[in-house]
Design a protein around this ligand. Structure first.
Ligand SMILES: Cc1ncc(COP(=O)(O)O)c(C=O)c1O
Length: 448
């Protein structure tokens, strides 16, 4: 490894980072993480902290998962790569498709299309949705619906269904025919409705209104996160997803659950679909499929689509990635899935998630800067910061960063996204680790 001065100087000089400006990388240099141990990471200056971000919502099993590292090493030795495009396959990818089919059978999605990450999984879902309708002779169904504040990655398709201007404006014009529905976000919504159940009904009414306005026969699919993640951890009322699923079904619209964050246990259920008791037509997964040990994703596909695509010579999938079904990624995913099941991470996600959520609610009693605390479903929690509780005026970026930095100096890496502090730690977190995160947050708010 090059020395610390070289790395610090060149990080800002020659390395453009995602989701920040090159200028900001120089003025506010990032933490340079060099080592890890369990759920802890250490930076180049030797500061060790609990990783309350979990990498980027993906390192569910922590950083020291030996079976995954061993599986990757063994696969690299045996077969580091082979394509799965027409005419070839590899054993690890086949085995993984089988295992995922079993794992997601309760959600009704049992076929896998492999990708290199979440944005690819979303892109694949949008494409297959259009193709599905074309194959059935409903070629007019080309539009997409999604939720405001939803995040669906950064490809042009995903950005087009994205519900946050921050990820859209610089890249417009995006794909035509994408329309956004109000999110079930009780703290701020156009209906001024703070009751989650009433708000769920209002949002579903808005969905039905949009479908009527666009014409159901023009809409291919609705894509949504079971719990909005990057948009600030927004869990809907439990009635919301079933109502959306019902509206989609009645209108011949495919339902895609974007579970890049929620699949594999993060919500305290094995998938977001299972959390809410719905069966999507497609489910986008990535992130914890390999826990950050290898870039990988899987789009899972349900029965209705299987009937149209399988045993149909006209259903050629003209889409795929060089690294679709990469054997090393597949081997990593197989090991991750086995560990995820063996450790029954959903149980710990629910228990530690509750501890963090209750702890954050207690912090809200103490600090006026905390406007809203959202969570209660596994290890996804957000603290929305405000400069004035009465008016809900959002906190300024400088103050939010100050809280983050003070929390880091006090022992936890937390992530600021807009006005939100997002907590998405590994699912193998212990009670003591969760307490350490809460203590660091307490110190962070106290510093402000
Ligand atoms: C719900 C959701 N969809 C898609 C993506 C994009 O995934 P990736 O960054 O792996 O492309 C993300 C990433 O955070 C996500 O949270």
């Amino acid at each position: 490894m090059k020395d610390s001065n070289f790395l610090k100087e060149n990080n800002g000089r020659v390395f453009w980072h995602p989701m920040t400006s090159p200028d900001d990388s120089i003025k506010n240099p990032p933490k340079i993480i060099t080592t890890s141990n369990g759920v802890r990471i250490s930076d180049i200056d030797g500061q060790e902290v609990v990783d309350a971000v979990g990498g980027l919502w993906n390192v569910n099993l922590g950083y020291s998962c030996a079976p995954v590292k061993d599986a990757i090493a063994a696969q690299l030795e045996r077969l580091p790569y082979y394509s799965t495009f027409r005419g070839s396959s590899n054993d690890a990818a086949i085995e993984l498709a089988f295992e995922l089919g079993e794992f997601f059978a309760p959600d009704g999605v049992t076929r896998a299309f492999f990708t290199s990450g979440g944005s690819d999984s979303v892109e694949t879902a949008l494409r297959l949705a259009r193709q599905y309708h074309k194959l059935r002779g409903e070629s007019g169904r080309v539009k997409f619906l999604s939720l405001k504040k939803g995040y669906h990655g950064t490809h042009f398709g995903g950005a087009s269904v994205n519900g946050n201007a921050n990820f859209r404006t610089a890249y417009e014009p995006l794909m035509p025919g994408c329309h956004h529905i109000p999110a079930p976000y009780t703290y701020r919504n156009p209906f001024n409705e703070s009751d989650p159940e009433k708000l769920a009904h209002l949002c579903v009414a808005a969905l039905e209104d949009e479908i009527a306005f666009q014409g159901a026969g023009t809409i291919a699919a609705m894509i949504m996160e079971p719990i909005l993640g990057a948009g600030g951890v927004i869990p809907p009322h439990k009635s919301f997803a079933p109502m959306v699923a019902d509206v989609c079904k009645r209108n011949g619209i495919l339902l895609i659950t974007d579970e890049v964050i929620t699949a594999y246990g993060r919500t305290g259920a094995w998938s977001g679909a299972r959390l809410w008791g719905i069966k999507p037509d497609m489910m986008c997964t990535a992130k914890a499929i390999t826990n950050g040990y290898f870039p990988f994703g899987a789009l899972m596909i349900g029965e209705q689509m299987q009937e149209v695509f399988e045993n149909n010579p006209a259903a050629k999938i003209g889409h795929g990635y060089t690294y679709s079904g990469h054997p090393v990624g597949a081997a990593a995913a197989l090991a991750c899935l086995a560990e995820t099941k063996r450790l029954n991470v959903v149980e710990n996600a629910a228990a530690r998630g509750d501890q963090l959520y209750q702890g954050c609610l207690a912090l809200q009693e103490k600090y006026d800067i905390i406007g809203d605390v959202r969570g209660g479903h596994g290890l996804m929690t957000a603290i929305e910061m405000v400069s004035d509780r009465a008016t809900k005026a959002p906190i300024d970026a400088g103050s939010a960063m100050k809280v983050q930095e003070a929390a880091y100096q006090s022992g936890a890496m937390v992530r600021v996204s807009g006005p939100n502090l997002i907590l998405s730690p590994p699912l193998v977190l212990t009670e003591a680790d969760a307490t350490a995160i809460l203590d660091a947050l307490d110190a962070g708010f106290a510093a402000l």
